[in-house]
Design a protein around this ligand. Structure first.
Ligand code: NHW
Ligand code: EN5
Length: 388
């Protein structure tokens, strides 16, 4: 069934629920001298390329490949449209490896036709912090699909990760593979009902008129949390402490240091936005939230070409209820002209989504670990990890 994945050190279907197998690495590391030193072979017309995401020209080529060939919804109405600034941000965190940004070009024309990336990340699984890679942006040009290019790309990124003495990875996908750590549900909060209905993102409910729908999704004009403001550079140490502490309550979560918090959470226009709650008496930061900007191209619509979506990212709640914090996130996203606010049922999201008028989407997101076995499938609420 899975000619490639059956050969990989991932949890296999036949082992599900077999708790005699120990938790942890499936394979032991090998000496680096035993890691294959040359790249895997590509079909003859193609060649490997390292993509320098700091180069505008290369970043643009990657952007074009993904804009035209990356993930679509089940009905092919929308395709993710990660911006160039977003891709550069997402792929150049502290300690990144340029040679984990792997492209495939046509030898003759040099056209970029496939891509896969890794970035380094420390992820805690239960009590153990493991140096891992996050693998993302796997893409093969539509005209080259089903030729078993993806397994070669995955093996090549694995090889380059191994050469840095890293033996585990985390990744997410909309497809079901051997075997998920957990299965998450996408939820959507309508901000611009008319546009969402016009483009087929959502439908007018039964016995609902457009004006009743607009009223249903109306939000207050201003946020309600006292002391809420945009995150600044000086907040990095406090936000890091809060986040490290908060993420401890989940079974699988990243551990961020200050450099990583600065990279991942400091606001960048049209990429990522973060807000902190500052206590008016003590000037301490008590809570914060963030979301990232990921528009989708609307395929075949006369009136609209892009859907502006915000995705809930990391947050910490202490003094303020998550419900109120997230409602303020919705108000800010609406003010900033987003059409929809998306969230997964990870962390503590699940209980508040319905009350905030989120509805379940038609997409699921499966989370996976490479070369790390867990005894049980986790609940989404046991996961403190959000990938781009
Ligand atoms: S998920 C988004 C993936 N990208 C897209 O969906 C874009 C649109 N689709 C495409 O470009 C986020 C192609 O359809 C792709 C497959 C390239 C997806 N993950 O070449 P073949 C990520 O980027 C398996 C993993 O003929 P294709 C996460 C499939 O099951 N495997 O297919 C990436 C089959 O294997 P099987 C996937 O359609 C994580 C084989 O590929 C997959 O032309 C990567 C078929 O290959 C997916 N999303 O190209 C893993 N989609 O065993 C990282 C298909 O079933 C692992 N497949 O026969 C960790 C590595 C690092 C370890 C370090 C220690
Ligand atoms: C790795 N980092 O399917 C990413 N999106 O629900 C790769 N549906 O937007 C993994 N089909 O339900 C990608 N509207 C996996 C996701 C791929 C993209 C995807 C889904 C997630 C999505 C929308 C549009 C569906 C269009 C038809 C959807 C319903 C919204 C409605 C609003 C009102 C209340 C009920 C829900």
């Amino acid at each position: 069934q899975h000619k490639f994945w059956e050969t990989q050190p991932v949890g296999q279907f036949k082992d599900l629920g077999n708790s005699t197998l120990p938790e942890g690495p499936i394979e032991q590391p090998t000496p680096l001298s035993e890691v294959k030193q040359e790249p895997y072979n590509l079909p003859n017309l193609y060649e490997w390329t390292v993509c320098d995401m700091k180069s505008d020209e290369v970043c643009n080529e990657v952007y074009i490949l993904l804009t035209n060939n990356y993930v679509e919804d089940d009905d092919n109405l929308f395709r993710f449209n990660y911006s160039k600034e977003f891709l550069r941000w997402g792929l150049t965190p502290p300690g990144y490896f340029q040679n984990w940004h792997i492209g495939v070009r046509v030898k003759s024309s040099k056209k970029l036709v496939a891509f896969i990336t890794g970035i380094p990340v420390k992820i805690r699984v239960r009590n153990e912090v493991v140096q891992m890679a996050e693998v993302n942006f796997l893409c093969v040009h539509k005209k080259l699909r089903s030729k078993r290019l993806a397994p070669v790309m995955i093996k090549e990124v694995t090889r380059r990760i191994h050469l840095e003495n890293i033996w585990q990875a985390a990744y997410t996908a909309g497809v079901f593979l051997p075997t998920p750590v957990t299965t998450c549900q996408y939820w959507h909060r309508t901000l611009n009902p008319k546009k969402l209905i016009d483009v087929g993102f959502s439908r007018l409910g039964e016995r609902m008129t457009m004006s009743r729908t607009i009223k249903l999704y109306k939000l207050p004009n201003s946020t309600s949390t006292r002391g809420l403001r945009k995150m600044e550079l000086r907040d990095v140490p406090q936000v890091t402490r809060l986040l490290r502490n908060y993420l401890n309550r989940f079974i699988v979560a990243p551990t961020f240091d200050e450099d990583e918090v600065e990279h991942w959470l400091l606001p960048q226009e049209n990429v990522v936005d973060s807000y902190v709650v500052e206590c008016e008496e003590t000037r301490e930061i008590t809570d914060f939230f963030s979301f990232y900007t990921l528009p989708s191209t609307i395929l075949n619509n006369q009136n609209h070409s892009t859907l502006k979506a915000a995705y809930s990212f990391y947050y910490v709640t202490n003094r303020v209820q998550l419900m109120q914090l997230m409602q303020d996130a919705l108000i800010i996203a609406k003010r900033d002209d987003f059409d929809v606010f998306n969230a997964l049922d990870v962390m503590e999201n699940e209980p508040i989504l319905k009350d905030l008028k989120f509805g379940p989407g038609d997409g699921q997101l499966y989370y996976y670990l490479y070369n790390y076995r867990l005894n049980n499938v986790l609940k989404p609420s046991e996961l403190g990890l959000v990938l781009l």
